[in-house]
Design a protein around this ligand. Structure first.
Ligand code: ADP
Length: 402
């Protein structure tokens, strides 16, 4: 049995999960949140199932790693750091360099650093966390698992933007996608569980949570995905606008005097469900407001569902046929209401038939078919597990065994 740490360092947070592999058992998990603030939060699950939560200053990611390391020992979750044999780091942007995970060495580190301009909030934080772990657990190997890697199999006509080619050549501007680790995981589980006897399956995966993306997958390989150069593109999301006419940016600037950065922040953090509804980015709040007849919450939900249905239609055409539709992530796994809205928005064209009872039942970790036998395309709920996928890649790339 080997202990593997999965790390997800965001711009102001650091999430972690410690696994026992190959059993895939979660030993502990937690988060350091609001990093950079005096009242940051550190929370970790203890072996007895309870959680310990502290509010304290955490000045940077290195301090967050120190807190995590001390908690593992002080709370007797492990007895020595040498028990941790590998650490997997989620890396948001792997650019053109990475089509699969890689051992984190000087060369990998240099490439991740070079890609910082393409993911300014993330790649720098990933490297700070990596260095802190390297100092704290020097004997463990480190593996980089890229959010973009799974999408590297896209063809040029699917990933290029129709802007002057030199921008692609000089500045690497193209569609990279995101959530690749999740889409890859969903594709593998779909194949093992639901498509055992289907040769060369074509599926559409819906990773719909606070950030949402869809992926068209043929024979286990991504052919198209909805996020773009950054995660701002694609479907309507919690706070992100998704696809939008680029002219909206200069027009808002001319009308409001805001800077491009301010408008960009509005597109990222004040738009989507939140911007349209004026209620919240969280579908639970939207559902509550819809029940009370809030018109803007209703239109926000319809826009969300229709933008997803439009991508499903697009990917149906791209794939030629679809063997399975997979719902996953916070909304896809938990919101019967939103799943139903999405199915309603494309059922006529695709011959979808939702099993209403199963759709209501399969939430909070319950999974399986949510379509009836009549449905021309079967639909399932699969809970995603990016951290487990990262831990599996650590074992694979470091060639670890019991
Ligand atoms: P991320 O990992 O990107 O932070 P998640 O995939 O966990 O996001 O999705 C979080 C979102 O899922 C919430 O903002 C909310 O919109 C939705 N969600 C979570 N639980 C429920 C639920 N029980 N009912 C409806 N929506 C839910």
């Amino acid at each position: 049995m080997i202990k593997i740490m999965s790390v997800n360092a965001g711009s102001s947070s650091l999430k972690f999960k410690l696994f026992e592999m190959p059993e895939e058992k979660v030993i502990t998990s937690g988060i350091a949140d609001r990093i950079g603030h005096e009242d940051a939060i550190f929370s970790i699950k203890l072996l007895d199932g309870t959680s310990k939560k502290q509010i304290l200053p955490i000045k940077d990611h290195a301090r967050a790693v120190e807190l995590l390391i001390s908690a593992l020992i002080d709370e007797h979750i492990i007895s020595s750091l040498s028990e941790i044999k590998g650490i997997g780091h989620r890396i948001v942007q792997g650019g053109k360099y990475f089509s699969h995970s890689e051992i984190l060495n000087e060369d990998t580190e240099a490439k991740i650093k070079e890609l910082i301009p393409l993911a300014p909030l993330h790649n720098g934080a990933h490297l700070t966390a990596f260095k802190a772990f390297k100092n704290a657990v020097p004997d463990a190997g480190n593996v980089a698992v890229f959010d973009t890697a799974f999408h590297q199999s896209m063809e040029m006509e699917d990933y290029l933007y129709a802007i002057p080619y030199e921008y692609y050549e000089k500045y690497s501007i193209r569609r990279y996608g995101a959530h690749g680790t999740s889409h890859d995981y969903l594709s593998q589980i779909a194949k093992e569980t639901y498509l055992k006897n289907v040769e060369h399956p074509s599926i559409i995966t819906l990773h719909i949570g606070s950030g949402s993306s869809l992926c068209a997958i043929k024979d286990g390989k991504c052919v198209a995905t909805s996020m773009g150069l950054t995660p701002l593109a694609g479907v309507v999301m919690g706070t992100r606008c998704g696809d939008i006419d680029p002219s909206v940016m200069p027009y808002i600037i001319s009308q409001t005097g805001k800077t491009s950065q301010e408008v960009y922040d509005i597109f990222n953090f004040q738009s989507g469900l939140k911007g349209i509804s004026g209620v919240s980015n969280d579908t639970r709040d939207i559902e509550e407001a819809m029940e009370k007849g809030n018109e803007r919450a209703i239109i926000a939900a319809k826009m969300f569902a229709r933008s997803i249905a439009n991508y499903i239609g697009q990917y149906y055409v791209r794939l030629g046929h679809v063997d399975l539709l997979v719902f996953s992530a916070g909304i896809g796994e938990n919101s019967s209401t939103f799943r139903k809205l999405i199915v309603e928005a494309c059922k006529e064209a695709l011959g979808l038939d939702l099993d209403e009872a199963k759709n209501l039942e399969y939430v909070h970790g319950k999974h399986g078919y949510i379509s009836t036998k009549k449905s021309k395309i079967p639909m399932v709920v699969i809970p995603t597990d990016e951290e487990l996928m990262i831990a599996k890649d650590v074992v694979k790339y470091l060639k670890l065994s019991d």
